[in-house]
Structures are given as structure tokens and as C-alpha cells.
Design a protein around this ligand. Structure first.
Ligand code: FE2
Length: 211
């Protein structure tokens, strides 16, 4: 496989005022594109051995740290852009029933889930990723260090927020918590989370059918 840089799912200014077009432009064209380019360079002639980016990451995890880092960051960034939705209005985004039912069951309310995400981000030192995941069928928040994607630990990612400085420093300087809080309250793409939950359900159904 040859990895390609997927287009952003919205215009570069679509996440304003929470993420400036300057931040999105730099983040996408410099950082994300760089991870894709370096992944292809490191794969070289071995690229044909892999059917997917996930297969590259799984294989590199225990034996090629350089390739793991670049490939994982390519995966994380594509997932991150899809985890954000265009900030087209000032209202809080609506949460589809398939998501809100799980949120109510496991956190009590969306506000409490967001507080949990913020606490996770606060407790995370240095670069990494903030995740909402399914752990089996439980809705869980977590962080991972550096380039590590949550799926490598057997978790099923629903949403992610980039905690690397390049994600927020242009707009927020060192105020990472403010960046995370605004992303959580205004930009999280709950429709994408709903799609992921439905896909996970299909995966479970297929796994049960094979058992
Ligand atoms: Fe990033």
C-alpha cells in the first residue's frame, strides 16, 4: 500500500474561531502531510507487504519504532480531523441517541463526560492524544503518549483530540486546557462517534457469527 494524504473533511477555516485557519493549515500541510510522506519513505519497497495502515502500525509496534511513530501519527491525524466538525454555529452540537444513551449510562451526562476528558488531558504530561473509546462495550476516556494510537491497546476509538503543542500553540500559546475545553464543548463530531459505534456493533456481530 502507498499511503495518501486524505483531504480535510472541511475548509481550513471551518474550525474557527476555536482553531484558526493558520493552525489548521500548518497542522495539516506541515505536520500531517509530513507524517504521511515519512511513512511512505520508511516503508520503501516493503509497502507491498501491507494491506492497510493499521497493519503497518501493528507490525511496526514491536520492531520498528521509527516507522511506528510516523505511521501512527498519520493514522491519528486522519482520525483527529474526522473527530472535529465544522463550527458553523454557536450552539453546542447535538449528540445522536446512539451516543447519548452510552454517555448517560457510563457518565451520567455529556457535561460529565467532558469534565472527565478535561481531567484526563490535565493529567497527561507532554505530547500525546486524548481519546473517547469503547473498551469492550464500555465508554471510556483515556490518553496515550507520543504517537501511540488507542487501538494498539485493544481499544476502539470513537473520537480523539491532539495534545501535541503544534495543535494549539499558535492560537492558545501554553493554554492547552482552554484548547481542549473548547474542542470538547464545540468541535467534537458526535455524528462521527455514532458512526464508529455502529461500525463497532457490526464488528461485534461478525465476530459473534464467526465464533
Ligand atoms: Fe498533530
Amino acid at each position: 500500500m502507498k499511503l495518501t494524504l486524505q483531504p480535510l473533511p472541511y475548509a481550513e477555516n471551518a474550525l474557527e474561531p476555536i482553531m484558526s485557519s493558520e493552525t489548521v493549515h500548518l497542522h495539516y500541510h506541515m505536520h500531517h502531510a509530513g507524517y504521511v510522506k515519512k511513512t511512505n519513505e520508511l516503508l520503501g519497497s516493503s509497502a507491498d507487504r501491507y494491506a492497510s495502515l493499521e497493519a503497518v502500525i501493528d507490525d511496526a509496534a514491536t520492531r520498528r519504532q521509527d516507522l511506528f511513530n510516523q505511521a501512527a501519527q498519520a493514522w491519528n491525524h486522519e482520525f483527529f480531523w474526522r473527530s472535529m466538525h465544522a463550527a458553523t454555529d454557536s450552539q453546542a452540537p447535538t449528540v445522536p441517541p446512539v451516543v447519548s444513551a452510552l454517555v448517560k449510562r457510563d457518565f451520567g451526562s455529556t457535561d460529565k463526560l467532558i469534565q472527565d476528558l478535561l481531567a484526563r488531558a490535565d493529567a497527561h504530561f507532554a505530547s500525546g492524544w486524548l481519546w473517547l473509546v469503547l473498551d469492550d462495550n464500555a465508554l471510556v476516556t483515556t490518553t496515550t503518549p507520543n504517537a501511540r494510537p488507542a487501538f494498539i491497546d485493544g481499544l476502539y476509538p470513537l473520537l480523539t483530540i491532539d495534545l501535541w503543542e503544534h495543535a494549539y500553540y499558535v492560537d492558545y500559546r501554553n493554554r492547552r486546557r482552554e484548547f481542549v475545553e473548547k474542542c470538547c464543548s464545540k468541535l467534537l463530531n458526535w455524528d462521527f462517534a455514532a458512526t464508529r459505534i455502529r461500525e463497532h456493533g457490526h464488528d461485534v456481530a461478525r465476530a459473534q457469527a464467526r465464533a
